[in-house]
Write a protein that binds this ligand. Sequence first.
Ligand code: PAF
Length: 309
Amino acid sequence: MDRPLRVLVIGCGSLGLLYAVRLSSGGCSVVLKCRREEQVEAINTYGVRVKHPGGGLEEARITAVLQPPWGQFDVVLVATKAYDFPAALPEAINASRRDGLIVSLQNGLGCLEELEERVGAERSAAAVTYYASMRVSDNTVLFMGGTRVVLGQRSRRRHPLLGALADALRRGGWRAEVVDDIDAWRWDKLIVNAAINPVTAILGVPNGKLLASSHALQLCRCIIGEAVEVAEKAGVRLPRDPYKAFIETVKATRGNRSSMLQDIEARRRTEIDYINGALIAIATRMKMALPCNSIVYTLVKALEEVLTR
Ligand code: PAF
């Protein structure tokens, strides 16, 4: 392609802002679609800022809009919460060019499946993100570290723009890989999230604090063990040792407050139904019980109820 890749990022939470900056640094022409007028104004006036814990500050000029133009984007990244994905999908489809790529960035299971149903598997991809961030204002995120982003489609498909997207992320400074079997990595991250997110949300601690408690680690190990059994029974071939993946992610994001803890602290709905809830639903269909996943699921649902009502 002899022009910059045109990318729309739907969702102006921490992940959406972070992707927008990386892709803009990687040479893409990026537009952010936000929900609130004040946020659009803040981004258009001051740009998007990424603060690094060591003190560095990056600034990128990115256009934010409430309504993106139709049919113009080569790639649309949907960076909403999983439960907002269905509502964001019609806009993603309208904004994408007819043969464009649409990428789901959500944690857990369910969104890529829904995307494939709506636009077909050829144009549907997922990005599994092992980087962490926290939004500190409408136009500023604090980067909290991480290890990589893995991109791909199901059943060894390879949309022509997937490689260009990964190249742009690499130019923007991330370790980005395109894989043949994205489901293996979606499950890898699902298992990492199933342990880190609810346990940090219940304890109210940053990810790294899990390493300070043998009881917290025991609970995480139990959640992971149950999830691995489900994955094996569902025929998923995990790409690496899930407990090692969990430890690696905890260490790389030790100062981060997990997205589920951030949701609980902001008294928002969490993604528990798409993470431990999704595992429990699959296990129930296979007549398996997941006691550790069920207890953290119930506690997070209880927290949601007492804090948001
Ligand atoms: O959901 C999150 O918070 C993130 O996926 C991760 C990588 C677990 C870091 O906190």
